[in-house]
Design a protein around this ligand. Structure first.
Ligand code: KIV
Ligand code: ZN
Length: 385
């Protein structure tokens, strides 16, 4: 079984979500929960970006013992110095240094030639290597970069001391088939690729971040980056909980697994949602409120007979106590009868038929029938618990 390292950037890329601003205590609380979840690397922030970020990255590096803590740095010495000051107290300090490699970014943002970018990347990795035992290097906008240029620059940053090479899809542009090609190409063509791990970092602008991350893993990525609930810049990052659970459930296919403690997933998701104020959509895979809810009569009947008919993930796996039968207009007699029993009623078939008819009439007028509605219906029909 291949082990896939999980690099969580909820506190860095995730905090770049519009409208999110976590305070010091909130960041520490999230870091503690990420450690409990078992992520391998926590990107705690961008130390050179503000005194507040520096302070929280330092506190997290000093506090967390079960995960490696990292911080982002541009390819400039002052950023690398700030990152070292913030991270040096950690158990396994590493730096995450990046520079853009796509023609669009090099021309318009950096205003540098490709050779200048290589020179700068190599110099910053060498500078970082004077302090940091581990260096992750990222080619920003890698998925819109020239592949042979990527091969050249990656070979040289590995020689300079980088041990993890991250290939971000910075603008969420790539498709699964294309990312497979990029990872396979790099594995085959970078002569010293075996000396470093390859990492995938996908954004969700076209809704493909999870699929792209899984495709990269299939093509040989050793590390996956993302955030809890998929929060992040613009449409967000890959949802780590989705990737980890997909690898677990479709282990037969991927033959790879993360080391996450999956039963901490729901708790982590709820905490991140509460502290960031980013509401998790009800239909969100794995952690949405409806992820384990069944509404239609056909589905409810199937699940009550045998859960695997309509549940591919057990709620317990991700720390949800049980599935949920939602009583609504599509619900059937089977689920209704079950609910009545669960509420402590012993009704005859004739009584149930009568209340079921009243229930269906009410369900046509309401989205969801609550327990209080059922109590009222039972009282109307004079059925006691
Ligand atoms: O999306 C991106 O390119 C990034 C880099 C800074 C790694 O977040
Ligand atoms: Zn990113």
């Amino acid at each position: 079984m291949r082990k896939i390292d999980v690099f969580d950037t909820t506190l860095r890329d995730g905090e770049q979500s519009a409208g999110v601003n976590l305070n010091f205590e909130e960041k520490l609380e999230i870091a503690r929960q990420l450690e409990r979840l078992g992520v391998d690397i926590i990107e705690a922030g961008f130390p050179a970006s503000s005194p507040g970020d520096f302070k929280s990255v330092k506190a997290i590096a000093d506090l967390v013992k079960g995960s490696s803590v990292t911080g982002l740095s541009r390819s400039v010495q002052s950023d690398i110095d700030a990152a070292w000051e913030a991270l040096k107290g950690g158990v396994d300090p590493r730096i995450h240094v990046f520079i853009a490699t796509s023609p669009i970014h090099m021309t318009h943002k950096l205003r540098m030639t490709p050779d200048q970018v290589i020179e700068n990347a190599v110099a910053s990795v060498k500078y970082a290597a004077q302090r940091f035992p581990k260096i992750q290097w990222s080619a920003e906008d890698a998925c819109r970069s020239d592949l042979d240029f990527l091969v050249r620059i990656i070979e040289q940053v590995i020689d300079a001391g980088a041990s993890v090479i991250n290939i971000p899809d910075t603008v969420g542009y790539i498709t699964p088939k294309e990312i497979t090609h990029i990872f396979s190409y790099l594995k085959e063509n970078v002569p010293n690729m075996h000396k470093a791990k390859l990492s995938t970092h996908c954004h969700d602008d076209l809704g493909m971040a999870t699929a792209n991350s899984l495709a990269a893993i299939e093509a040989g990525a050793d590390q996956v980056e993302g955030t809890i609930n998929g929060i992040g810049e613009r449409a967000g990052n890959a949802s780590l909980e989705e990737v980890a659970v997909a690898l677990h459930i479709r282990n037969d296919f991927y033959k790879a697994a993360t080391g996450l403690t999956l039963k901490e997933v729901k708790r982590t998701s709820s905490l991140v949602s509460k502290l960031t104020g980013m509401v998790v959509p009800n239909n969100k895979a794995v952690v949405g409120n409806n992820a384990f809810a069944h509404e239609s009569g056909i589905h409810q009947d199937g699940v009550l007979k045998e859960k695997t008919t309509y549940e591919i993930i057990t709620p317990e796996l991700v720390g949800v106590s049980s599935n949920r039968m939602v009583l609504g207009k599509h619900s059937g007699r089977h689920a209704f009868k079950d609910k009545i029993r669960e509420l402590g009623y012993t009704a005859t078939d004739e009584q149930i038929n009568k209340v079921f008819k009243a229930f269906k009439e009410l369900a046509d007028k309401k989205k969801e029938i609550t327990e209080d509605d059922i109590f009222a219906l039972m009282t109307e029909e004079k059925i006691g618990a």
